[in-house]
Structures are given as C-alpha cells and as structure tokens.
Ligand binder design. Structure first.
Ligand SMILES: [Zn+2]
Length: 333
C-alpha cells in the first residue's frame, strides 16, 4: 500500500513535542548553547506497527525503509521468539542538532541511533549527517533489535556486549574494518574482553569500534556453539528474574565466566592469525615482495651487462694485439 495513501494528514512539529521537553528538562540548560533544532515540519507516517517521523521531502525514503523493515523484522522476531509492541515510533532526524534534541542523555557522536524501549521509540541518524556506509534500514533494524531484546528479557537488561552483539547479528550489520581492528588488537594483545564493553558509551571512536567488533564476534561465537534456542532461553530466564550468569549456566551448561575467558583466548588466537590475511597486511607484504623482486631483477640485469662488457673487452684485446703485430711487421718490411 502506498505511503501517500496512509500518510496522516496531521503534521507534527518538534515544537509540539512537549513530552520530550519534560524528559529533557534536566538537559536543557547544557543544550541551550547548542540552540534549538531546526523546527522544520516533521511529517508523521502511520504504517502500523511503525509511526515514522521524518522532515525530509522525499516520501520514498520512508516507503523504501518500511519495505526493508518488513523483510528484516519478522525474521528477527522469529529468532528471538518475541514481537515488537503494537506501536513503535521511528524518528529520523535530518540534522545532528535534531538528533541531540530527540535523544535523552549524552549520546556519543559515533552512535548511529538510540533505542528507548520504555517509550517504544527509536531515533536513527539519516545518512545526510551520518555517513558510515551502513544503510538506513540496517541502522533502524539494529535499534529495533534492541527493542526486541528488551522485550524478550522483560526489560531486565542484558550485558552490553550481548545487547550490541545480537543487535548487529540480527540486523545483519557488518561494518567494514571489524576484522582488521580485531586482528590488530589481537596481535598487540589488546582485545578488551566482554566486561569492558559495558563502558562503551564513554569510549573514543577507535575503542567503540573494537567494543562493537568484539560484541559482534562474541555473539556470533555463542550462536555457533549453542544456537538460537539457547539464546532464547537465556533471554526468557532473565525476563523471569534470573541473573544473567545463572541464565547462561542453566541454558548452555557452561559457566559464564568460563565461556567468557575461553572466548577471549580463542579470539586472541584466531584473530592474531587473521592479521596475516588482513587487507592492509597483504598490501604491505605485496609491496615488500615487489620491492625485493625489483632489486633482484636489477641486480641480475647489471650483472649480465657487466659480463657482456667483460666479454666484449676480452674479444677486443687479442684483436688489438694482432693488429699491432701486423703494423709492426709492416714497418719491418
Ligand atoms: Zn546498539
């Protein structure tokens, strides 16, 4: 069904979003220096369960995004054994100041979006001011995965690495450079380990990339070893009030601490070897090999040239001698 037909007649503006004003009351003083966001009209697109808020003129953006989400989200719901709430608000700010206005608390610059499960909202940066080569549909699916994980765990909260790792796995997000970042960290013996991922919101871009890469790798490793049923059971147990450690042990049969240190050890070994297959490394090895081959070829050419000169000189010497000999006998005559 076309978005144009379903588009709500009412237009909402950021000015009218007083609910946010209350939520952000504690932040207004520090944000006042940033100035109010562009108060351009945000259109509301009601496509249940999604309500999109978007200020752009191109309705195809919403139509395309909605189509993609309807492909991705049912699979995510199936894998997690839970469903999105009946209404999810997807806010798509076009500028950084709008994003900051719409998101509670301090959100690092490298974040592509924010999920606020208690309010059934997600805020996702549009490619207009967030260009990290991740499609808008994947960024949005990532934030919706957080809503689903929260629903599956009854809002009790999972470890940060679990949340970020599975949000990436479920949304199909795979950022360029993850493997090389893991490889470089493993080679330098500087993988951070999963508990440290908890502090990701205070990390620099480089640290955050490593934290996300480790979360993704750990979630994938957990899945490869135990499968979705065990993951669903962990979520269910946490949702029923169990601590994560206990849910992990009872679902997988392995102590969380043991699995965690085994994973770190295996990641250390695996990605250290991967460093030698890393694109940057391959380019450098290729350059070094090319340089070595060039040096050898030049050496052989010079050697051949030198030998040629030696041979020519050797040929000329007897001729000179016979020539001189001939001249001498001619004089005698
Ligand atoms: Zn996330």
């Amino acid at each position: 069904m076309s978005i144009q037909l379903k588009r709500e007649a009412n237009k909402v503006t950021l000015r009218l979003r007083l609910d946010f004003a209350f939520l952000l009351a504690g932040l207004l003083c520090c944000r006042s220096s940033l100035g109010a966001p562009d108060r351009g009209t945000y259109h509301s697109y009601n496509l249940p369960p999604y309500v999109y808020l978007y200020a752009g003129n191109d309705a195809n953006v919403i139509e395309d995004l909605d189509r993609e989400l309807r492909n991705i989200v049912p699979e995510m719901e199936l894998l997690l054994g839970t469903r999105l709430p009946d209404k999810i608000q997807i806010e798509l700010p076009l500028t950084k100041s709008d994003f900051m206005w719409l998101t509670p608390g301090s959100v690092p610059d490298w974040a592509g979006g924010v999920a606020i499960p208690t309010e059934g909202r997600i805020v996702v940066k549009t490619p207009l001011f967030f260009d990290q080569n991740v499609p808008l549909s994947i960024l949005t699916a990532h934030e919706l995965a957080h809503i689903l994980i929260d629903a599956a765990s009854g809002g009790h909260g999972m470890p940060r690495w679990f949340n970020e790792g599975f949000a990436q796995v479920l949304s199909g997000e795979s950022r360029i450079g993850y493997s090389s970042r893991l490889a470089r960290a493993a080679l330098a013996d500087r993988l951070m380990g999963l508990p440290r991922v908890d502090g990701v919101l205070g990390f620099s871009v480089a640290e955050a990339e490593l934290a996300y890469a480790e979360s993704h790798a750990a979630a994938q490793s957990l899945l490869d070893r135990y499968g979705w049923e065990v993951v669903r059971n962990m979520l269910f147990m946490v949702g029923s009030g169990s601590q994560f450690d206990r849910a992990f042990l009872e679902s997988s049969g392995t102590e969380y601490e043991v699995w965690q240190s085994e994973w770190l050890e295996s990641a250390q070994q695996r990605y250290k070897h991967y460093a030698f297959l890393d694109t940057d490394t391959i380019i450098w090895v290729f350059i070094m090999l090319l340089s070595s081959v060039t040096v050898v070829v030049v050496w052989f050419r010079k050697r051949r040239q030198f030998k040629k000169w030696q041979d020519e000189e050797a040929e000329e010497l007897p001729n000179d001698r016979s020539h001189k000999h001939e001249e001498k006998s001619h004089d005698e005559n």
